[in-house]
Design a protein around this ligand. Structure first.
Ligand SMILES: *[C@@H]1O[C@H](CO)[C@@H](O)[C@H](O)[C@H]1NC(C)=O
Ligand SMILES: *[C@@H]1O[C@H](CO)[C@@H](O)[C@H](O)[C@H]1NC(C)=O
Length: 340
């Protein structure tokens, strides 16, 4: 007990000391910048820019710390740890020219990051020049997958390159995958509507009596029931093959507890995160991230509520059970408004 108090008071004194030193240094810094820059507004600008940068670095550092804490949580272990399999190595793209590894997490703005890396690798001089079709043809676009290297080459790159990936709210991502693959399907991938949707409907639609049936297309409710059925899905997912990357968890895609990533970007703060990723990867002078239309990356609770309305709490809770690893690993709050 006494020992605890000793340690506690020692810590308190240390904190106080650091606070004093910090204050002293920042006063000096402020005075110096005032001396160097004649205009008052300018000195204000300079001294406010530097802390903002450091502040965001701290945010990114906290994310990595949280990840490492959650990775140690044994209750979530089955949802957070995955072997570094070929499936994972297929998700990771390589820039050997700049020593960068990027793990792809579909429905999180990855096409733009791939373009940035393709431009970096030198086949095109800037991001705008890259034809849309080429972005996903990895044999041809100069952006190889990590799985295409020999085992020693893979280990070397994993140990030494700058590694990052991007996440967003897990449920919003599922909504985006559902819309993109089963409603709009802009890239003309007929197998989603013609093979995968009917298979899910047959197994998971509650009432497919009468004329309604398969023809009416997949409902979000069917999709939620399928995703929440952790065991029952296994066989189907093997049949669906790689197409499941659009709704596989971030943990399954990128093995974040088994590969030490340097930065985890959040879609919701993409503008700030992108700038930091480029800086940390040492490429900020070479490329820039394409402009982000305002508001597009913001979390939209209304949309999430609307999609889940009418779906039973039991089904939503089962879905959450399957994706809670992702919520915890990346600091997204539990969506209580859907679960209770
Ligand atoms: C502060 O800096 C930004 C660029 O970082 C610039 O656009 C802005 O005009 C500056 N503001 C003032 C008051 O100097
Ligand atoms: C959020 O989603 C709702 C429903 O889809 C939509 O009407 C609204 O415009 C969205 N809000 C924003 C800020 O994008």
């Amino acid at each position: 007990m006494r020992l605890h108090w000793c340690i506690f008071s020692a810590c308190a004194w240390l904190l106080l000391l650091f606070a004093l030193i910090d204050r002293f240094l920042s006063l000096r810094y402020a005075r110096e910048t005032e001396v160097k820059t004649p205009g008052r507004t300018q000195s204000f600008n300079q001294s406010s820019a530097a802390p903002a940068l450091a502040e965001w670095e701290a945010v990114l550092e906290k994310r990595i710390q949280l990840l490492s804490t959650v990775c140690k949580n044994s209750r979530l272990r089955s949802l957070t740890h995955v072997p570094i399999s070929k499936f994972v190595l297929d998700r990771i793209f390589v820039s050997d020219k700049h020593n960068i590894l990027f793990c792809q997490t579909p429905k999180v703005g990855n096409t733009q990051w791939k373009k940035v890396l393709i431009a970096l690798n030198g086949k095109f001089s800037n991001v705008e020049e890259i034809p849309e079709k080429l972005v996903h043809r990895h044999g041809k676009n100069g952006l190889p997958r990590l799985s295409s290297f020999k085992p020693q080459g893979i280990t070397l790159r994993l140990n030494t390159y700058f590694k990052f990936f991007i996440v967003r709210d897990p449920f919003e991502r599922l909504i985006s995958a559902f819309k993109d693959k089963f409603i709009t399907n802009p890239r003309f991938e007929p197998w989603y509507k013609h093979d995968i949707a009917p298979a899910i409907i047959r197994k998971y639609r509650k009432s497919h009596r009468g004329g309604d049936r398969v023809a009416s297309g997949l409902h979000f409710e069917d999709f939620v029931r399928y995703l929440g059925d952790a065991e029952g899905r296994c066989r189907m997912d093997r049949q669906f093959g790689e197409h499941i990357i659009h709704w596989a968890t971030y943990a399954e895609l990128c093995a974040p507890c088994d590969i030490r990533y340097d930065v985890i970007g959040h879609h919701e703060t993409l503008e700030r995160d992108a700038a930091h990723i480029l800086r940390r990867a040492g490429i900020e002078q070479l490329v820039s991230y394409p402009a982000i239309p305002p508001g597009i990356t913001r979390y939209n609770k209304t949309k999430v509520e609307r999609y889940f309305s009418g779906i039973s709490k039991r089904d939503i809770r089962r879905l959450y059970e399957c994706y809670q690893g992702d919520f915890h690993l990346f600091g997204y709050p539990t969506p209580d408004f859907l679960l209770n």
